[in-house]
Design a protein around this ligand. Sequence first.
Ligand code: V47
Length: 375
Amino acid sequence: MFTLPLSKLIDDQRLVLLADKVDRSQRLSFEDGLLLYETPDLTGLGVLADRARTKLHGKKTYFVQSRRMSYTNICCTRCQFCAFHASPGDQRGYVINAEDVIAELKKPQNQRICELHMVGGHHPKLKIDYFENLFRAIKGHFPYIHLKVFTMVEIDFYARSSKISVEEFLARCIAAGLESCPGGGAEIFDPDIRRQICAGKKDAEVWLDAARACHKKGIPTNCTMLYGHLENACHKVDHLLRLRQLQDESLALGHPGFLAYVPLAYQTEDNELNRAHKIPKTTGAQDLREIAVARLLLDNIPHIKAYWVMITPGLAQIALSYGADDLDGTVIEEEIAHLAGAKTPQGLTIEYLHRLVTEAGFEAIERDHLYRDRC
Ligand code: V47
C-alpha cells in the first residue's frame, strides 16, 4: 500500500518530532501538551491522535445502551456553570424515589438498557440510607442493569453528610449494588479557575482522593474535564496530567482505575457563569482538539469518549478520526447539558449509532460497562 511520509501529512514540523515519541510509546511531557494545544495544524494533530487510537483499538468503536437519571436536582453547591440545580426550597426541586425509578425502567423504551448512569445535586438532607435503599430496589428488579452512580464530589459530600468515611460510604453503596462511577464533577483542577466557575465545590484533591478510594475498592470510574470557559492551555494540560498521574498510581497497585476520559464542552445557556462573562460556544475545531490532545496525553487511560450530547452526533462521528473510540451511547433523557442549551436529541437509537460509526469507516461494537461486546 502507498502511504505518504508523515512530513507530508503534518504541516507543523514540531508535531513530526512528537510522532516519533507516539510511535515509540514514549510519554509526552507538559511542554508537549502545550504544543498540542498551540499548534495551528489541527489536521496534523488529528493524524497523530489517530495513530495513538489505532495502536490501542484499531478501528473498534464502542457505544452502550444507557439511561440517564438524576436522583435529585436540589443542590446547595450552586456551581456557576450549572443550569440544572435547584436551590433547597425551589419549586422545581425534586428527589426521585425507588418506585418511580422502577416504573420508569419498566417502560418499553428502556427494555434494552444495560447501564443506568445517575448523578445529582448536593442535597443537604439525603444520607447513605437513601442510596442503599435506592440501589437495592433497582438491583432487586433489574439485576442485569449496571449501576454507574455519583460524581467524586458527590461521594465526598454524601459521606460527610452521613457522618461516615468515604471508604465506609463506598463499601455500603457497593454492597447495595453500586458498580462504577461516572467522571463528572472534576471541572478544572486549577484552584483559581475553579473558584471562578464553581466556588462552592470541593477542590481537586477531594475529587482525586475519592477517585483513588473508588479504585482501591475495586470499582472503575471515568474522568472528565470541563473546557471552553475561562481556562487556558496550561490549566488543561495540568488537569490531564493529574489524571494521568492518578491512573499510574491506581494501575501500579492493580486497581481498576479510569476506564474512559470524557471532555465536556461548556454549554452556555441559563447559567450564571455565562451571564457574568459572555462566553462563546465551543467550535468544532476546539472540540476535536480536546479529543486529540486527550488521546495523546492520556496514554494510560484506555478509552476517549466523544460525547455527542454536548458536541453533536455529526462532530462526534468525525472525532473518531481524531482519537475518540467511544460514542458513549443512546443516552436517553439527559438533563444537565440540555438545560444548559444543548440542542441535541434526547437519545439516539442504537441503529443510528451503528450508522455513525460504520459510515465513518470504523467497526461498531455495542458494549457493556466493561467494554465487552454485548452482541
Ligand atoms: O458533573 C454541568 C458537567 C457533568 C455543564 O462518565 C456541564 O461516562 C457542560 O459527567 N456545560 C455531568 N458541562 C456529565 C458527566 C458525564 C457525561 C458523559 C459521560 C460521562 C461518563 C460523564 O457535566 C457535571 C459537570 O462537570 N456540566 N453543567 C455545562 N453547562
